[in-house]
Write a protein that binds this ligand. Structure first.
Ligand SMILES: [Zn+2]
Length: 171
């Protein structure tokens, strides 16, 4: 049993499987501003929050396959764009400075969770509208990166995600 497990580990480490669908997570960079009075008996804590993209699953695309390379780069472009556009200020108002600071910490965590889950949804939508690269030219219609259509699947079967109806505001 141990030998078999060892074999499997070695095999997976040395044979990179094709993957045109890299995955990303967001890390929050937080700059807290001084807690300030907000009205007579309340205090506002605020922070500027920006996001850094961390790769959690790398792309492995056959060299020279421009279509798969473009599809994988599209995932990257979406993550970077989403991280950039999601930066903003988070605030919390409470009765005491300490309570405002605590509430701000929770609000920042919630902002990160929400932004991360929206990014995952965008990446899934990108795979859905491009059929995992098979209809890559459809991307721009939805505001996503485009490129040549891939002729062979890489990482998962073509069209593994149900194609959504055109969302409102994307046409
Ligand atoms: Zn993909």
């Amino acid at each position: 049993m141990r030998t078999l497990a060892f074999f499997v580990a070695i095999a997976s480490a040395h044979v990179p499987t094709c993957n045109a669908h890299p995955a990303y997570a967001l890390r929050a960079l937080v700059v807290r501003l001084p807690v300030a009075p907000a009205g007579r008996s309340s205090y506002e804590a605020a922070a500027r929050v920006s996001f850094v993209v961390v790769t959690t699953q790398r792309a492995h695309v056959p060299a020279g396959n421009a279509a798969l390379r473009d599809h994988a780069r599209g995932h990257d472009t979406i993550a970077l764009r989403y991280a950039r556009d999601s930066a903003g200020t988070v605030t919390a108002i409470r009765a005491t400075p300490a309570a405002a600071a605590r509430a701000l910490t929770l609000a920042i965590a919630q902002f990160l969770r929400q932004t991360s889950s929206e990014l995952q949804r965008e990446e899934r939508l990108y795979d859905a509208v491009t059929s995992d690269g098979a209809t890559q030219d459809e991307g721009p219609r939805y505001g996503f990166p485009g490129g040549p259509d891939a002729t062979e699947p890489c990482g998962r079967p073509f069209g593994s995600r149900a194609r959504p109806r055109l969302p409102s505001g994307r046409n």
